[in-house]
Design a protein around this ligand. Structure first.
Ligand SMILES: [Mg+2]
Length: 154
């Protein structure tokens, strides 16, 4: 499946706080942003299952910066959609929403925002909203993906 992950307050702490992956001296020197604890093992598991991993963020971070941040943790991304890319693409649709994964052929988007859940209900796309207090969030993600895969293929 083609999966996309939000950044702020899902994988990168902002207003929401959660444990992060260990950061070495190298990370601090390069000023990379911390990733939520569990991201590395989750992405590796998804990759081994053959899923494509994209970032879909409403931020203006450049794709190059985002790509480097994940590479610093040994993670390769299949692609990145930031706010300018989203805005440009959304012009082709008569919609007003902060995230619209179907226009990028994304099968499941994972986010922290209840607003995106509302958009998913209105515009009929698959979203999984993760709570900041979900200590076992990687299992929540994997379980939902397996559930959705089953409904896709069987
Ligand atoms: Mg967010």
């Amino acid at each position: 499946m083609k999966l996309s992950f939000d950044l702020d307050d899902l994988l990168i702490p902002g207003t929401k706080r959660f444990d992060v992956e260990p950061q070495g001296l190298f990370h601090r020197l390069l000023g990379t942003e911390p990733l939520r604890a569990g991201t590395v093992s989750l992405f590796r598991a998804l990759r081994s299952e053959g899923h494509q991993i994209y970032i879909y963020t409403s931020s203006f971070r450049s794709p190059a910066k985002i790509r480097l941040n994940f590479l610093m943790h040994g993670l390769r991304l299949d692609g990145i959609y930031n706010k300018p890319i989203h805005d440009q693409k959304l012009k082709n649709y008569r919609l007003s929403c902060s995230k619209y994964p179907p226009m990028f052929n994304i099968d499941l988007h994972i986010d922290d925002s209840e607003g995106v859940r509302t958009e998913a209900e209105r515009y009929h796309f698959n979203v999984l909203v993760i709570d900041e207090n979900d200590k076992d969030w990687t299992t929540t993600v994997l379980r939902n993906i397996h559930h959705l895969s089953a409904s896709f293929y069987f």
